[in-house]
Design a protein around this ligand. Sequence first.
Ligand code: DGL
Length: 262
Amino acid sequence: MSAKNTFHIGVFDSGLGGLSVLNALQSRRLKVKYTYYADSLHAPYGSLDTETLLNYSERIVSFLLSQGAQLIVVACNTITTELIGQLRQRFDVPFVGIEPPVKPAAESTVNGRIGVLATERTLKSAGYRSTCQKYASEVMLIERAGIGLVEAIEQLSWTSDVLRERISFFVDDFKSYDIDTLVLGCTHYTLVAPLFSELLGQEVKVLSASDAVARRVEQLTLNAYNADPELRLYTSGSSEHLAKLARQMSFKQLRSVTHLVL
Ligand code: DGL
């Protein structure tokens, strides 16, 4: 009889942003293995050309598969909205991606004014544009590119005044449009969702898609063999910084944090 292996999920992002998705996954308490790769050295992905972006993504997926991943979570809106189709063609493994949750926002808005904060690339992508056309043609979308925010969240303390000020800049703009819902369309922004909520006030709903991604992953792993959960983190940036954040976010079953440039 062959020994069964615990189901293994590979998760990746241009950097730390995907930790917000990992957090949502871990809160489901699935007994699976996670390997997370943060490509912080190359963040933000928004500044790369499509060929380079595809090249980095392919290298990371190959690495995750070499570690035994059986399902890949693309914890990056920019890659999902632009490249997930090509990744699906290239690799014979199931992919779950993340996209700005425009549909639930359009369904739940009361005043029909929705702010969307995402990377410039995501806002321009065919994937995002077609979602808006399909589900948000009846509402007003106030779309803004969070220029500089990915870098700030990678480099600054999430409780620093400098970061707060940068986020206030976007929040003030959205407030002037009287939005009742804000869509966080980048996983980095979700890491500081409480700051957005605090600055916007409780009458504005802040939405991110991390929980929806985690729910989808849970559905896909229901019939898998789940026994010995563990988490391994890899980064092309600082492993000390990532280890500190992992402690701060109370990630469970953390076995290692490794610096690795692919
Ligand atoms: N976390 C990525 C996203 O969700 C950021 C992309 C980037 O590095 O530009 O879009």
